[in-house]
Ligand binder design. Structure first.
Ligand code: DC
Length: 221
């Protein structure tokens, strides 16, 4: 039987990662956070101190190994889940994610990972580009205020103090960059179900997605 793929796309702060992880847990699927992969490449570039504006300097992507264990990303054998959330990475990742050579390599890895198991994959281009044949596609949105509020709380829970206006400006900047870049920008797949999460709890969105999947699933998981 072919593997089942669930694609979840949407802008930063719409709750994708938290929701995708919970959906995967509930269904016993593998969770793949593709944003974490772009972040990890950004982290590696920062550590290598290469010129971030020089796309040609990113050939190291081809020698970089990724694996996911229980939704946690390992790069070259190192758990980078904390390091990739640092401000320096967040502030530069959109630029690195706009490079075609980086995208080609990561998309290929994402497709390989999705070919092996039942997956829930979240990102910006999953439904219409990485997994266009995914059986289930969702596009999560939320108001800019809500998204900034969530990022603020998320930062606080990790001991990072931040300011609402700065976060809002940063999210707007990233939205603009991610949705206007040339190669596979942030976009809703035509056949994706859109869910506005502004006034929904995490649990409500998870339930909604699971319900959608179960309603259509004839085998059960
Ligand atoms: O979801 P996130 O904030 O961790 O994503 C980090 C960046 O990576 C974001 O600016 C957009 C980019 N990204 C992308 O271009 N394509 C994806 N499939 C996932 C993320």
């Amino acid at each position: 039987m072919p593997h089942t793929q669930i694609a979840i796309d949407g802008p930063a702060g719409a709750g994708k990662s938290t929701i995708a992880k919970l959906v995967a847990g509930e269904l016993g699927f593998i969770y793949i956070d593709t944003g974490a992969m772009y972040r990890a490449i950004t982290l590696k570039a920062l550590r290598l101190k290469i010129d971030l504006t020089d796309e040609d300097a990113f050939n190291f992507v081809y020698e970089t190994d990724f694996s996911f264990k229980d939704g946690t990303l390992f790069m070259d054998g190192e758990d980078v889940s904390e390091a990739i959330r640092e401000d320096d990475v967040s502030n530069n990742v959109s630029l690195i994610a706009s490079y075609i050579s980086v995208r080609k390599k990561l998309v290929k890895m994402q497709q390989d990972l999705a070919g092996e198991k039942n997956v829930v994959m979240d990102g910006r281009d999953i439904g219409y580009h990485v997994l266009p044949d995914a059986k289930y596609k969702f596009y999560l949105t939320a108001s800019i205020k809500k998204r900034a509020e969530r990022r603020l709380l998320d930062n606080l829970s990790r001991g990072i103090q931040s300011d609402m206006d700065t976060i809002e400006a940063e999210i707007k900047r990233r939205d603009h960059f991610d949705s206007t870049r040339i190669h596979t920008p942030l976009k809703k797949a035509d056949d994706a179900k859109e869910i506005d999460t502004s006034n929904l709890t995490i649990d409500e969105v998870v339930k909604l997605i699971i319900q959608n999947v179960r309603e259509e699933e004839v085998y059960g998981f």
